[in-house]
Design a protein around this ligand. Structure first.
Ligand SMILES: Nc1ncnc2c1ncn2[C@@H]1O[C@H](COP(=O)(O)OP(=O)(O)O)[C@@H](O)[C@H]1O
Ligand SMILES: [Mg+2]
Length: 250
């Protein structure tokens, strides 16, 4: 992989919580347009690494570069402005707003990446884009429903849709399919893949079949450290991954 073409470069990053090393000297490099899955057992450090990349938590040591710029010490909002977006493992929506209003917020977030705070906003264009996004997915049955009244799977799908609509160049998705069924996973794949053309995605998930289907490359984390990286085929054939991730039970 060519490092100079990378959109995201994580270099030797460590994060300690007291005596616990949650992320241990992790280095990884993502090329523009790839879908990378980060897998590993519970507590491996996946969410912590997302928090370091998105600036929710500071690194204890190491360096993170995004689009060639050193962002190690930049606050989250600056990373957002540079073109980074994320979803959370726990659903994070405006529960008291409608589905439509939530989508509109994501459309406006996409605009905010590229415009000055006092720049004139074309509200008609915002509404049009919102309608287009809503029309694209027929799982949205009632755009006027309050987001908080949706079932869990619909909330997860709406959250992912918002993350995609906010149009980041690099999107971090933390467990997008957690707690949702096969049919909704298929919809999730459709949403992510159909929007992935000009986007780089780093995602974590427990559903290994989903990961195998969607990822171009897979990075395996165990106890904070990377133990393997490769194509889905290479990872599936890796005995170390089998041992750590599946307990050798396959
Ligand atoms: N804010 C925190 N304070 C202390 N320990 C934490 C914190 N966040 C995560 N950890 C610990 O770091 C390790 C990695 O957790 P996490 O990144 O959530 O793993 P994963 O997402 O792979 O399940 C776990 O042992 C977890 O208990
Ligand atoms: Mg996690």
């Amino acid at each position: 992989m060519q490092t100079d073409a990378a959109i995201l470069e994580v270099h030797n990053v460590t994060r300690q919580f007291g005596g616990l090393t949650a992320v241990n000297k992790v280095s990884l490099s993502l090329v523009p347009g790839e879908i990378r899955a980060l897998i590993g057992p519970n507590g491996a450090g996946k969410t912590s690494l997302f928090n370091l990349i998105s600036g929710v938590l500071p690194c204890s040591s190491g360096q993170i570069r995004f689009k060639g710029e050193d962002i190690t010490h930049l606050p989250s909002y600056r990373r957002f402005k540079l073109g980074m977006g994320r979803s959370f493992q726990i659903v994070n929506l405006f529960a008291d707003l409608t589905v439509e209003e939530n989508v509109r917020i994501a459309v406006q977030a996409a605009l905010k990446r590229t415009t000055h705070p006092f720049e004139w906003i074309d509200h008609k264009a915002v509404l049009q884009r919102m309608q287009d996004v809503l029309a694209q997915f027929n799982w949205i049955k009632d755009a006027q429903a309050k987001a908080g009244s949706l079932n869990y799977a619909e909330q997860k799908k709406l959250e992912t849709l918002m993350a995609l609509t906010s149009n980041p160049d690099l999107l971090l998705l933390d467990e997008p399919t957690a707690g949702i069924d096969e049919e909704d996973i298929a919809l999730m794949i459709e949403m992510i893949v159909s929007s992935s053309e000009n986007r780089t995605i780093l995602l974590t998930d427990h559903d290994i079949r989903f990961v195998m289907k969607i990822a171009d490359r897979i990075t395996v984390l165990d106890q904070g450290a990377i133990i393997a990286e490769g194509t889905p085929e290479e990872i599936a054939a890796n005995p170390l991954v089998d041992e750590v991730y599946f307990g050798g039970s396959r």
